[in-house]
Design a protein around this ligand. Structure first.
Ligand code: SF4
Length: 450
């Protein structure tokens, strides 16, 4: 049984804060309250649940899982689409006293017989971790019985926050799935890459893949949007790992580099500038001259087309002010997209950001004026928005009514967002949405009636 998070999760040689990591917010071991806004279970579930032919069982009292249906808004082209389902053993008081390994076995057996998934992830949580349930032993026993990977995920929330959960999930894939199968020759293209940390929210992966495919790059495996257990098993055959907007999953990319020799780069596909940069970085890393030329031509055409399509929106949006309050990497990756639209970001939330995320914010902060917001309570958010005359708040669903009740236009940019915002088409969707929200006549009417 594994109670504490592995020490190596806090030892990241690629992180400039290594060695002092325990004092740093995003990497440190848990302290009371550090899981507010998402514990390790949440982080692990985000990474693993988009795999469309695997099922997820949270071994916990019923509250840990939250909604059991369609919790995330990942999309899948075809297949079983099991990412819509979530299962829990719903532990109760009896289970605390008498143990619940049999209940867990029964749950795994039920979902296997009922759905015939290609893999099952079993999440440990605070309660069974403290009572000492052997989820590793149960998983091993049933893996041998059902001949599919049944993977224990040591994501008990007291170990740490969401970022740590991402790492734990990456480790589970590295230990139990990656490298376990070879791809058939038809699946390999001339240039094969993996995308790590892309969960296909609202189909964002499809837009990224479309751009890469046009140039001639084959995405062999995505970890984990629209993916299958099998494609993750043969992901070790790619020549490059592209980590998308995820500091925590650099851990997985580094492990794959050490074991399989696959180099990795970190990129973002939010906005035109970032997409152009990502494409160029990918082809430069592959190093094929023909591919580089093709990518440069493609970027030229797409930039021109996209500029034309967003022209009208950009004319209206230029100079308008945005308060951005979202988690982790989106605190900087979205700034790039908003800069593309001529918008001015007045403040961005850094509650869940690492120090590196904060450095990236400074990179995109053209005038050096962006306020870094650690305190996201509604009163503070509205105070900052009003003091700085924000035209719109971009945040997650929980801030929606805070904004609207204060008569400030709002757009959800977290997982409940309505459209994909990546790559070239994504910036058009984003422009259109922000334009529509700011232009919404309701706010003007309401202000006049007060
Ligand atoms: S795993 Fe622990 S911290 Fe996370 S939701 Fe369950 S009880 Fe809460």
């Amino acid at each position: 049984m594994r109670l504490a998070a592995k020490e190596e999760y806090f030892d990241e040689p690629t992180c400039e804060h290594n060695g002092v990591a325990k004092e740093k917010k995003a990497c440190k071991t848990a302290t009371p309250g550090s899981s507010t806004g998402g514990c390790a279970l949440d982080g692990a579930y985000i990474v693993l649940s988009p795999i469309k032919d695997a099922l997820n069982i949270v071994h916990a009292p019923i509250n840990c899982l939250g909604n059991s249906y369609n919790q995330r808004t990942s999309k899948a082209i075809s297949g079983k689409e099991y990412y819509m389902y979530g299962f829990t053993t719903a532990m109760n008081e009896n289970d605390l006293i008498f143990g619940s390994e049999d209940k867990l076995k029964h749950g795994i057996t039920y979902v296997y017989n009922r759905f015939k998934p290609q893999g099952i992830f079993v999440y440990n949580t605070c309660v069974p971790a403290l009572t000492g349930e052997d989820i590793e032993g149960v998983s091993k026993e049933l893996t041998a019985k059902f001949k599919i990977p049944i993977v224990p995920v040591f994501s008990q929330g007291f170990s740490g926050n969401k970022n740590l959960g991402n790492k734990i999930a990456g480790d589970a894939l590295f230990t139990h799935i990656i490298g376990k199968k070879e791809p058939v020759i038809d699946l390999l293209g001339d240039f094969n890459i993996n995308l790590i940390g892309e969960y296909n929210i609202k189909g964002e992966l499809f837009l990224i893949k479309k751009a890469l495919k046009t140039i001639g790059i084959n995405v062999l495996s995505t970890i984990t949007g629209d993916s299958t257990i099998e494609e993750i098993m043969y992901s070790h055959k790619s020549e490059l790992n592209v980590v998308i907007c995820s500091k925590a999953l650099v851990y997985l990319a580094r492990k794959m580099k050490e074991k399989f020799g696959i180099p990795y780069i970190e990129e973002s596909f939010f906005g035109m500038t970032s997409t152009n940069r990502a494409v160029i970085d990918i082809v430069n890393s592959i190093g094929n001259m023909k591919l580089i030329r093709k990518a440069k031509d493609y970027i030229k055409i797409m930039t021109k087309n996209t500029e034309e399509k967003i022209y009208g929106y950009k004319k209206f949006l230029t100079g308008r002010k945005v308060l951005l309050f979202t988690g982790g990497v989106k605190s900087w990756s979205l700034i790039s997209a908003l800069n593309d639209l001529g918008l001015r970001v007045i403040a961005t939330g850094v509650k869940k950001s690492t120090d590196e995320d904060k450095l990236r914010i400074k990179e995109f902060d053209e005038n050096g004026n962006i306020i870094m917001l650690d305190n996201g309570n509604p009163v503070n958010l509205i105070k900052i928005a009003k003091e700085n005359e924000a035209d719109i708040i971009l945040a997650g669903g929980r801030n929606q009514y805070t904004a609207i009740k204060s008569l400030i236009p709002f757009l959800d940019v977290n997982q409940e967002r309505l459209e994909p915002y990546t790559a070239y088409e994504g910036i058009e969707f984003l422009a259109k949405r922000i334009y529509s929200e700011i232009k919404n006549p309701l706010f003007k009417l309401l202000k006049e009636s007060i």
